[in-house]
Ligand binder design. Structure first.
Ligand code: NAP
Length: 255
């Protein structure tokens, strides 16, 4: 008997990286999964790789989370093909790093649109179902960069915005049996941080090693670290926790 038996989880940006890690963990614990990502072929391929338990299903849905019509259609497909929705993880993300004086208006808008407008649109579409059934779990991906990070004025603002959004969801949706929390990861080894290494013209392994050495627990994080926290926060064991942001970063910002 898994903690997610009979539950349907929608995870955005889960064709790879942290999202795929969360999808894998919830699938292992019994959930049916909708992998929502920009590219439907990649989303379907990821869905096909999930370790489903008996009776659970997985589908891949192509959608841009910053497009209202695409989001409505995606949630509609999930409900009709998987029979409902119980968990929403707003994980889709991008970076467009640059120092402020070089950051373009479109770098700003793109990052805001995916992280903040995307989380808003997905949550608005899902909450109708959550309120109706008086049950729902929302998890938003923030970041340690929300506390400030050189070259990430857009991303940092969006990720701190996610925390305010999460607190407000906690207040508004709590009376309807809905919990909303956020995870703020530190350095997690994914395509996103590999791309940062490339941008800094550094070898990926060297970049990870430097980050590991600077971290109190002397290692980088992996999608499984975020997935373990996500599986707890979206479970019924965490039903008295809402509006919170949990830093899963090896203590990176403590010192
Ligand atoms: P990732 O490997 O780059 O994966 C992000 C996924 O989101 C990709 O599959 C991407 O698709 C998809 N995506 C991008 N824009 C989208 C959109 N508009 N609609 C739907 N899907 C979209 O990133 P990650 O490292 O797993 O990060 C996942 C989340 O954790 C992000 O919110 C990120 O900001 C946050 N985070 C990551 C770290 C870290 O160290 N990795 C740290 C803190 C927070 P494409 O590949 O097709 O673009």
């Amino acid at each position: 008997m898994g903690r997610y038996d009979g539950r349907v989880a929608v995870i955005t940006g889960s064709a790879q990286g942290i999202g795929f890690g969360i999808a894998t963990r919830l699938a292992e614990e019994g959930a049916s999964i909708a992998v929502v990502d920009l590219d439907e072929t990649a989303a379907a391929a990821a869905a096909a790789r999930l370790p489903l338990v008996d009776g659970a299903k997985a589908i891949g849905v192509g959608a841009d989370v910053s497009d209202g019509a695409a989001v409505e259609a995606a949630i509609g497909r999930v409900v009709s093909e998987l029979g409902g929705i119980h968990v929403l993880v707003n994980n889709a993300g991008i970076t467009r790093d640059n120092l402020l004086f070089k950051m373009s208006e479109s770098d700003w808008d793109l990052v805001m649109n995916v992280h903040l407008k995307g989380a808003f649109l997905m949550t608005k579409a899902a909450q109708k179902h959550f309120v109706e059934q008086k049950y729902g779990k929302i998890l938003n991906l923030s970041s340690v960069s929300s506390l400030g990070n050189r070259g990430q004025a857009n991303y940092s603002a969006a990720k701190m915005g996610v925390q305010g959004f999460t607190r407000t969801l906690g207040i508004e949706l709590g009376p309807f049996g809905i919990n909303a929390n956020a995870i703020a990861p530190g350095f997690i080894a994914t395509e996103m941080t590999d791309a940062t290494a490339a941008r800094l013209k550094m070898d990926v392994e060297e970049f990870r090693k430097l980050n590991a050495e600077a971290n109190p627990v002397r290692r980088v994080g992996f999608p499984e670290d975020i997935a373990a926290a996500a599986a707890f926060l979206c479970s019924d064991e965490a039903s008295y926790i809402t509006g919170q942001t949990l830093y899963v970063d090896g203590g990176a910002k403590l010192g």
